[in-house]
Design a protein around this ligand. Sequence first.
Ligand code: FAD
Ligand code: NAD
Length: 472
Amino acid sequence: MKAYDVVVIGAGPGGYVAAIRCAQLGLKTACIDAWRTPRGEPALGGTCLNVGCIPSKALLDSSHHYSTLKQLLPQHGITVSDPHIDITAMQARKDGVVERLTSGIATLFRKHKVTWLAGKGGLAGEQRVAVTQPGDNASEVIAAKDIIIATGSVPLELPAMPVDHTFIVDSSGALAFQSVPPRLGIIGAGVIGLELGSVWNRLGSEVVLLEALEQFLPAVDRQVAQEAHKSLKGQGLDIRLDARVTSARANHGEVTVEYVHQNEAHSINVDKLIVAVGRSAFTQGLNLETVGLELDDRGRIIVDDGCRTNVPGIHAIGDVVRGPMLAHKASEEGIAVAERIAGQAGHVDYGIIPWVIYTHPEIAWVGKTQAEVESAGRPYRTGSFRLSGLGRAHAAGETQGLVKIIADARTDTIEGVHIFGAHASELIAEAVTAMAFHASAEDLARIVHAHPTLAEAIHEAALDVDERALHR
Ligand code: FAD
Ligand code: NAD
């Protein structure tokens, strides 16, 4: 029987990063992954690289260039007659990006001497994992001193709106449309609904998002959420709140979607429907019962702060456990677990995990919202600065949005930073770094920021916490 120090099940951003870090620390490591491309070939990278973060951002970037050509460039005096988008070419580019990055992980595995086992992994008793090839009944059992489960998540399916992969699709289907659906319905105005809705709206779809909640993006700071809501509606996204979808059916080449708004039944007809109502932890086929591994009421593997399960030697990370379903959260947990297995003090600071929603402008935040700080009952101060106060924003034609900083009123420690604006995904890194070092708003206010840059909005918002912003 082949024996390893560590066997990782799942090669998404949680699993593959954990495997590389284990190997870096001198542990003999294997990583099992069941992913197959549409051509039936094994691929590393999990949801994130194959049907998540990377392909969605490739399409967001392509569609953003197209809309820039039409909306922004004329302001710069640049006009192009009859701009055209070739969806087949756009999709081929996206597929190329995915292929480049997933095969890059195979190279990294070779470099770090991680053994890649393409197949399905299941627990086979204490310190044993069975690896099964697709179509094979027989499996190979391997031994591992430690096991890391990183099997991720899958789209949540609702029986009343069954995905048929043609008219009613999940996020993976929506990343693979081969033409622009004239009328596109989306169930759920969450992260996926807004990102994929933006892609197809920019390319010409009439997009209706049906969202059960009354509040738009409840996890986001209210001021930022309201500004984003207004901006996205202005771009043509028809976001209907308090609209709970009760059923969806494909019939005669279109989809009829029934929903309830203020206790009244409504329906719309669309050409394609994306179901984006959340994701659920994936543990199917892991045979958790063979070792007595415990799940919570949402089907997630129960772990402590250090990603230890109830079974010694079995760890679980990423989307399959509690916490935000984010690639960077999965990766950091992978690193921390690998370091703990190697006897080091791996640690994840869950209080400062950044979130980004890649609409345009982007929405990004870290730490607490104003409402959270308020409900904790601690005195606080806020400072904000609009991008329209910045020279660089005017030069670029990107004046929409703001930066808002929330700081403790007694210690001035930064509690949260919220950004709505172009390049918010990049700008938020400064806030995360500051918070990781327990910086005060005054610390940020005294750091030199290059001029002219969008980052000056962070500087000005920090100054504004002390009511001394210079350009407002
Ligand atoms: P996954 O990436 O889901 O990987 C799990 C892997 O385990 C898969 O390859 C699966 O095949 C494999 N597996 C499962 N069971 C077994 C088994 N028994 N044996 C062998 N292999 C198995 N997050 C961000 O941070 N930023 C973004 O911009 C972003 N965009 C997204 C866009 C979309 C459309 C979607 C759907 C998600 C997006 N996410 C984003 C979320 C992100 O993809 C996940 O949080 C991340 O992939 C979780 O990583 P993971 O390693 O836990 O699991
Ligand atoms: P989500 O939880 O963000 O949004 C789902 C939405 O669907 C919710 O607002 C919910 O109220 C709504 N909903 C549920 N049932 C409904 C019904 N019957 N009718 C109308 N609305 C309904 O989930 P998601 O958008 O599917 O994304 C899943 C996860 O993937 C995210 O939470 C995130 O962790 C991850 N993700 C992250 C990024 C990123 O980091 N940029 C991008 C995409 C996905």
